[in-house]
Design a binder for this molecule. Structure first.
Ligand code: NDP
Length: 453
């Protein structure tokens, strides 16, 4: 079977040159599925795997816009509609200069399995642009979003494809995108999630990914008769996911001590308290400043800038019990993973998508720490997006408590299905296999039912 995996991945690589992140994501899934394919030859004869790695549709378009100096700028826009076997395409939009086809294909591919795990009827998709919102005025961001949506609106809809936010796309961007969709299509409809509360958004949607990553960690700990209260936690990033991860950790009595951005990280051994977190939220969401300023303001903290010549990131050497990577893909390599474990870390719950490299994942698995991979641990965001779609269809709004309870229930169900699938296929405690197998089975069975499409 390992021959089959190698040959299969080599074939995908030959067809998709220069897309290393996509190949990395495919290999991880196919590695986990080898046991399933052996047990169920019907998936092989129907070429389910060959079909599932091929997006149903890739849309790529020009996004011209005018900056504040009157100069014309040209960006690239994408939407990857990867798999709609179990529901309309669903997945975020990322605006970051590093965005390219391969990165969005990896994210859309992961999204297929993640959405399947949520128990909600959502297919997988992802999109975005190489536009960099950092340092742009609100007017520039609005003109870009309007141009982006002018093309994207031809391909999406509440029953077709429902985008949300991701890196660089928060409430401000979703507002501009929604406004332009409504203007062109003359429809007030649930075509995007992450909307403002007074125009169709759901309570808890901004919090959901971070809260969910902590709930998933709590489930892993509970399965081992442990509790997160009193634990010291490393958090990377300082955007949406990182902020609400910290908020939930504080609520449950844990102690977050780090945050980062692309410039470097802060370490506050006294703990990032509720008051300090409020300050970070204002810094990042209102003033749009750099995390370095935290250490200038709070004397208990130190700031370490990113050193590109280092083969590891010292953030992951800070002694702690748990780690919540919440910035970006491949932010923890093999050495970082080893440093985490050497310094006492016993749990990693991934708020970000694929934040650990394959050799880092091997280190977690060899050392048998509790490891919740992103497609399970960060599924809280898309789950509440699914709940936002339900509320939009019903034309009503659930309370904060109701949405939070549903989120908690979904994260518990995701944990159970990963845990059970790992057991059933002979790798107990391996949430990587559990998530890939449980996510795959639902989509694969739907694909079998629907014939060769
Ligand atoms: P935000 O844009 O709100 O925040 C991203 C944070 O990560 C910022 O602090 C940013 O720093 C940092 N960051 C981004 N790129 C890099 C990089 N190349 N190196 C170092 N730091 C970096 O995004 P989100 O919080 O929404 O997303 C974070 C992660 O969570 C992503 O992997 C995303 O795919 C994933 N995710 C998000 C969901 C959501 O609901 N928002 C749902 C599921 C997963 P800087 O400002 O300096 O760029």
């Amino acid at each position: 079977m390992s021959n089959f995996v190698d040959e299969f991945v080599a074939g995908v690589e030959a067809k998709n040159p220069a897309q290393p992140e996509f190949i990395q994501a495919v290999r991880e899934v196919v590695d986990s599925l080898a046991i399933v394919l052996e047990k169920h030859p019907e998936y092989r004869s129907a070429k389910v795997l060959e079909r599932i790695v091929e997006p149903e549709r890739v849309i790529m378009f020009r996004v011209p816009w005018m900056d504040d100096n009157g100069e014309v700028q040209v960006q690239r826009g994408f939407r990857i509609e990867f798999n709609s076997a179990i529901g309309p395409y669903k997945g975020g939009l990322r605006f970051h200069p590093s965005v390219n086809l391969g990165i969005l294909k990896f994210l859309a591919f992961e999204q297929v399995f993640k959405n399947s795990l949520t128990t909600l009827p959502m297919g997988g998709g992802k999109g975005g642009s190489d536009f960099n919102p950092k340092g742009k005025s609100d007017a520039e961001v609005m003109r870009f979003c309007q141009s982006f949506m002018t093309e994207l609106c031809k391909h999406i809809g509440p029953n077709t494809d429902v985008p949300a936010g991701d890196i660089g796309v928060g409430g401000r961007e979703i507002g501009f995108l929604f406004g332009q969709y409504k203007r062109i299509r003359n429809e007030f409809t649930g075509v995007l999630t992450g909307k403002g509360l007074n125009w169709g958004g759901s309570l808890i949607r901004p919090e959901a990914t971070g809260y969910g990553a902590v709930y998933f960690a709590c489930e892993m700990l509970a399965a081992n008769s442990k509790d997160i209260s009193g634990m010291t936690c490393l958090v990377s990033g300082s955007g949406n996911v990182a902020q609400y991860t910290c908020e939930k950790l504080l609520e449950l009595g844990a102690r977050p001590v780090t945050l980062s951005d692309s410039g470097g990280f802060i370490h506050d051994p006294e703990g990032i308290t509720t008051e300090k977190l409020e300050w970070v939220m204002d810094l990042k969401n209102v003033r749009r400043g750099r995390i370095k300023e935290y250490a200038d303001t709070f004397k208990s903290a130190t700031y370490t800038s990113i050193d590109p010549t280092l083969d590891h990131n010292p953030l992951w050497s800070v002694p702690a019990d748990c780690a919540f990577p919440s910035a970006t893909q491949n932010e923890i390599n093999g050495k970082d993973a080893q440093n985490l474990i050497s310094n006492g870390c016993q749990l990693v719950s991934e708020g970000a998508n694929m934040p650990t490299t394959p050799d880092g994942v091997d280190v977690y698995l060899k050392n048998k720490i509790l490891y919740g991979p992103g497609k399970a641990a960060n599924a809280g965001g898309v789950s509440v997006s699914g709940l936002e779609m339900s509320q939009n269809s019903l034309r009503l709004s659930w309370t904060r408590e109701e949405v939070d309870e549903r989120l908690k229930g979904i994260m518990k169900a995701i944990h159970t299905s990963c845990y059970d699938a790992a057991n059933e296929y002979g790798t107990p405690g391996n949430y990587v296999n559990g998530a890939n197998i449980a996510g795959f089975l639902k989509v694969a069975n739907a694909m079998l039912d629907q014939g060769v499409v």
